[in-house]
Design a protein around this ligand. Structure first.
Ligand code: AHG
Ligand code: MN
Ligand code: MN
Length: 340
């Protein structure tokens, strides 16, 4: 029997270039560079238990959180792949307080910028649980020359492409350029991401909800009501939903994308803007969710319509199956309005 034809990531990216009229190939090259960095990061992630790379560096990142060595490694690999690729003029990262200006002559006038969370879910590294990389690509708003902050502070609506890599039981890269969502699984024997999940669609409803329920008492009434609903109390005898929470946004999101479900990181009384970051966590996964037929909101407003005020801004987020996200929004709106 003949082996079926395998489509690898780079081939797919080039084929899809025709979706963009007058495409010069720069975006294709940028996606290629990210795919390459992902393979290198994957290699290190897989070795994490073997080599002396675990543990803290002793530094903390801009949010005052402990930074693991792999966070820094992933950040540097991505920065280096993007810098050498020459297709972007600036990069913002969770691990850098300010955006990085690429001022080499071959990069400074490039038309794209990249925003990334190099390693998401990093508290899970030491315990061998799935982690990820998240990326978001925009066209710059300044015409040319050195990149400026306003190039990064664009609404998620303007993303040209977004994606993530999940380092799980297998490694996958999932991305969109605004024409649906496609998933590629890394075949380590040939070192290629192979198209394994073409045109991913998120089910309209799922049976899974993902939230750090330890904060239940700190959530607003509408969120608490929705959690009760998930637990079966609002569903007139129907089966309760299953609670699944990994604590890696990428991994929780990926499961819900494939099987249907909702991920929530709501505001708490202590953190009125929640925990997750708008630019490099919520916007990219919101674009993927929408492109797959799902929804993403901060409880009231569509995530992709939020105007960022600063690079490391946080936002509450509810993302996943459209039917589930609509339901929690409705409960939040009703509870905020109060009894009529
Ligand atoms: P990061 O490792 O990039 O800082 O992200 C961690 C995030 C996210 O991946 C996850 O959904 C969330 O933190 C978990 O937070 P809690 O531990 O508060 O539930
Ligand atoms: Mn993260
Ligand atoms: Mn991170």
């Amino acid at each position: 029997m003949m082996t079926p034809k395998v489509t690898v990531l780079d081939e797919f990216i080039i084929k899809r270039q025709k979706d963009f009229p007058f495409a010069s190939g720069d975006l294709s090259r940028l996606l290629h560079d990210i795919g390459l960095a992902a393979k290198i990061i994957n290699r290190e992630v897989n070795k994490a238990g073997l080599v002396d790379i675990l543990g803290m560096t002793g530094d903390s990142n801009v949010h005052g959180e402990e930074v693991k060595k792999l966070d820094i490694y992933a950040n540097e690999e991505l920065l280096s792949a993007l810098r050498h690729g020459g297709m972007c003029c600036g990069i913002a990262s969770e691990e850098n307080e300010d955006f990085v200006v690429l001022n080499e002559p071959f990069a400074r006038d490039a038309k794209y910028i990249v925003i990334m969370d190099p390693l998401d879910g990093s508290s899970n590294i030491d315990v061998n649980v799935s982690i990820g990389t998240i990326f978001s690509i925009y066209r710059r708003v300044t015409e040319e020359g050195l990149v400026e902050e306003r190039d990064f502070l664009q609404k998620g609506l303007h993303q040209v492409a977004a994606g993530y890599v999940i380092y799980g039981s297998s490694t996958m890269l999932v991305y969109t350029t605004g024409f649906g969502v496609n998933g590629f699984t890394l075949d380590p024997s040939i070192g290629e991401f192979c198209l394994s999940h073409p045109n991913i669609r998120i089910p309209e409803m799922g049976m899974t909800y993902s939230v750090n329920q330890g904060y239940y008492s700190k959530f607003e009434a509408g969120v608490q009501r929705y959690i009760h609903y998930c637990q079966g109390e609002g569903q007139r005898g129907k089966k309760p939903y299953s609670l699944r929470y990994i604590g890696s946004f990428v991994a929780d999101f990926h499961r819900n994308l494939i099987n249907g479900g909702i991920f929530m990181y709501p505001a708490t009384t202590g953190s009125p803007k929640g925990k997750l970051r708008l630019l490099y966590e919520c916007n990219p996964l919101a674009m993927i969710a929408e492109q797959a037929g799902g929804m993403a909101t901060d409880g009231k407003t569509r995530i992709l319509e939020l105007q960022p005020g600063r690079l490391h801004e946080r936002t509450p987020v509810f993302v996943g199956s459209a039917g589930m996200v609509s339901k929690v929004m409705k409960m939040i709106a009703e509870e905020r309005k109060g009894p009529q």
